[in-house]
Design a protein around this ligand. Structure first.
Ligand code: CA2
Length: 149
């Protein structure tokens, strides 16, 4: 059974409380449930962490090197745009890594156009709201299983 680790960064705990045109109406619990349902439908298990603390996310990524995690799915929120610490931690992790953003960051303010994480992930899914998460699960499992798409 594949173990999927889903990671969320700052402010994503507040999803569903405002900005529905940008982020949709789903709460973080809804997002995690959608990802978990997709994982479980494929016989995989999903663990989740959301944190407002950058070091906690870095440490959790380090732990994933040795705790049996097979796949990481990460929406690091605003850290995606500038955190070289998270980028370096992800680079050390040699398992399938899928980046997700609810919004299409390339169509927003210039400071959101770049994610410093994308180059150290296998790929990124942008702009599909909550629907991006089952897609990310599928992509991560395909990489894990060596299925080409
Ligand atoms: O589109 C995404 O998934 C983002 O990672 C969301 C981040 C944002 O900083 C990134 O640029 C893109 C965080 C969004 C803030 O979350 C809110 C949640 C509820 C209400 C308002 C903001």
């Amino acid at each position: 059974m594949a173990n999927i680790l889903l990671l969320h960064g700052p402010n994503l705990s507040q999803l569903g409380s405002r900005d529905p045109e940008q982020y949709g109406t789903a709460t973080l619990d809804d997002v995690v449930a959608a990802a978990r349902a997709a994982a479980e439908a494929e016989g995989a298990e999903l663990t989740h962490l959301q944190t407002e603390h950058e070091g906690e996310l870095v440490s959790r990524i380090h732990d994933a090197r040795t705790d049996g995690t097979d796949i990481v799915i990460v929406n690091a929120g605003a850290w995606s745009h500038y955190s070289y610490a998270i980028r370096d931690a992800l680079e050390l992790l040699t398992i399938p890594k899928v980046e997700v953003h609810l919004s299409n960051i390339t169509a927003r303010e210039p400071f959101r156009h770049t994610s410093v994480l994308t180059a150290v992930c296998d790929g990124a899914i942008l702009g599909f709201g909550i629907d991006g998460y089952p897609l990310a699960v599928r992509a991560g499992l395909n990489l894990h299983d060596g299925v080409s798409t």
